[in-house]
Ligand binder design. Sequence first.
Ligand code: FAQ
Length: 321
Amino acid sequence: MTTPLHDTAPSEEPAQTEEFEAIIARNDRIEPRDWMPAAYRKTLIRQIAQHAHSEIIGMQPEGAWITRAPSLRRKAILLAKVQDEAGHGLYLYSATETLGTSRDDLTRMLIMGRQKYSSIFNYPTPSYADVGTIGWLVDGAAICNQVPLCRTSYGPYGRAMIRICKEESFHQRQGYELLATMMRGTAEQQAMVQESVNRFWWPALMMFGPPDGDSPNTAQSMAWGIKRDTNDALRQKFVDMSVPQAEALGVTFPDPDLRWNADRDHYDFGEPDWEEFWSVVKGNGPCNQQRIEHRKRAYDDGAWVREAATAHAAKVRERAG
Ligand code: FAQ
């Protein structure tokens, strides 16, 4: 990876550390040219790259339905959505580049298994209803997690998140509308929706990361203002927001412990299977291998485009002078 700029241990730079901490304390933004501790930079690269990879790998499960969408309207909607996810990946790779790394390096790290992407995209999409469920629950969880990131302490990341969140909100409504249409359809269509929701509910809850007690990064990331809420707080928010939507749709979530708790003013819910979560994160989910192989094939197939673009840019520079 490219050596980061200003990669100085904080203890060697007391004045700069003080200035950095003052910016964080007054909830201002750190910008690319500002000094920052090496660990802050490293955490940002880890989180933003993982986020960028998730957007790009996340194109695969839904992308598989583009050729089989049931109408021209649904095909156009799905094409636009999947294309939006590519755009999100690009904004995020660009934000990561401001930290002194490159998209190429990050893509290679992903392909070599040295960087992660969201566990949710390692689950298959065998039914067309999954397109709606991903929009409703996966984009819904993404929005819940990402709206607070619009206020993250690193400027380029926060600014990228504003546009991403606007588009994700649109995606979520699109998914809900698709499911609502199917729920007004035949008994078979209604059953397809419920079956899809049953498969995606628990993996969607896992998107928020491990429980706070098992999350090694949360405390420091919150102290730096990179994360604004804990994993459990966001998971609760997502459950509270989703239950009334499920009721309006006419579907249920596969959790016998899910019920309103008037004392807490929140829904109680069951524990996700954290063993399954860690197994998927470690590469053993149903589709991990397929997703990475596909990404690698696309990267290899695109080599000639990157070479041609580099050669063209060199020619333009040469002509200019
Ligand atoms: N999957 O200490 P924490 C989308 C890892 S975008 C895989 O809690 P942290 C749009 C974590 O990296 C979805 N790994 O970590 C879309 C860490 O390992 P590391 C992506 C996970 O960073 C919709 C370890 O576990 N969104 O859906 C997961 O403080 C539809 C310990 O965890 C973002 O990336 C997981 N679910 O909190 C696209 C949002 N959870 O790196 C297409 C930004 C945790 O130390 C279609 N990211 N791990 O080796 C974040 O907010 C945070 O990074 C968290 C994790 C909350 C994901």
